[in-house]
Write a protein that binds this ligand. Structure first.
Ligand SMILES: [Ca+2]
Ligand SMILES: [Ca+2]
Ligand SMILES: [Ca+2]
Length: 270
């Protein structure tokens, strides 16, 4: 399509008032669900220019949900048809607060639907381990004419708005988010809020597979050895999120080495 243009300009906020009779909050009780919203969105955000618009949230990794399997999105205004191509993204953060230098580690595509209903659609991804903090997002082609205002958000969770970021670009594949021509944070939006983007995680049953290739071998040992040398998870040389601290005590030491050694011997996790 020739509707894609370089993304410059300002984002447009469109308020949405829920119609009577719409089902309200759907809040999962699963321990492995990551959410900033309370289940009921209030507003929708989209740019006033054509681009592939991305919106998403930063989450801190929960110990019992360190492998992300699914990204879930509740949509704003989609126009006709409501089924539009969507891409979802999982980024490993490099610091706690800013995804612009994060690493894209999984992505998947699907179709949208169910505009302004607060119902989340699930998009499975190839499961990946994350450490410290991660960024999950969705993107959709928008046209700059308010027919598609896809990023639904929840103003009642405004205190967490600094966790919600949005971007405009032609594509996000093969480039860091810092290269996106347009970027913003919901803490700076006129109506602050958090995006209706969630993630689901399961326990990381093979933490010693540090490079997530399905085996525990010399590559993982080398990564572990570097962290073992740094020792303190707070050390400036330690990879963000301290992946080698398998027992989560703040240090990479012999207590973690025994975990690696046992998996290394088996070339896999027990
Ligand atoms: Ca709400
Ligand atoms: Ca490995
Ligand atoms: Ca440890």
């Amino acid at each position: 399509m020739d509707e894609r243009k370089n993304c410059t300009g300002a984002a447009r906020t469109t308020a949405f008032v829920a119609a009577a009779g719409l089902s309200a909050a759907i809040i999962s009780a699963n321990a492995g669900t990551y959410a900033l919203d309370d289940g009921t969105g209030s507003n929708n955000l989209g740019p006033s220019f054509a681009c592939e618009f991305m919106w998403g949230n930063i989450f801190e990794v929960q110990p019992d949900a360190g492998v992300i399997t699914t990204i879930s999105v509740s949509f704003g205004t989609l126009g006709t048809p409501q089924e539009r191509p969507v891409r979802v993204y999982l980024y490993q953060m490099k610091n706690a607060d800013d995804p612009t230098d994060a690493e894209l580690i999984a992505t998947a595509t699907g179709l949208s639907g169910l505009q302004r209903t607060n119902i989340f659609l699930d998009y499975p991804i190839a499961p990946r381990a994350v450490y410290g903090s991660f960024f999950v997002s969705a993107s959709m082609q928008v046209f700059g004419n308010a027919t598609v205002i896809p990023a639904r958000y929840d103003a009642s969770s405004a205190p967490s708005a600094d966790r919600s970021w949005f971007f405009g670009a032609d594509s996000y594949l093969g480039m860091p988010l810092s290269d996106a021509p347009f970027a913003g944070n919901m803490a700076n939006n006129i109506i602050k809020g958090v995006f209706m983007v969630r993630a689901t995680g399961v326990p990381n049953t093979c933490p010693a597979d540090l490079n997530w290739d399905g085996v525990v071998d010399d590559s993982d040992f080398v990564a572990f050895a570097g962290s073992y040398t740094v020792f303190d998870c707070a050390g400036t040389e330690m990879p963000f999120g301290c992946p080698s601290d398998f027992n989560a005590d703040g240090f990479v030491d012999d207590g973690d080495f025994v975990v690696l050694a046992s998996a290394y011997d088996a070339l896999a996790c027990p």
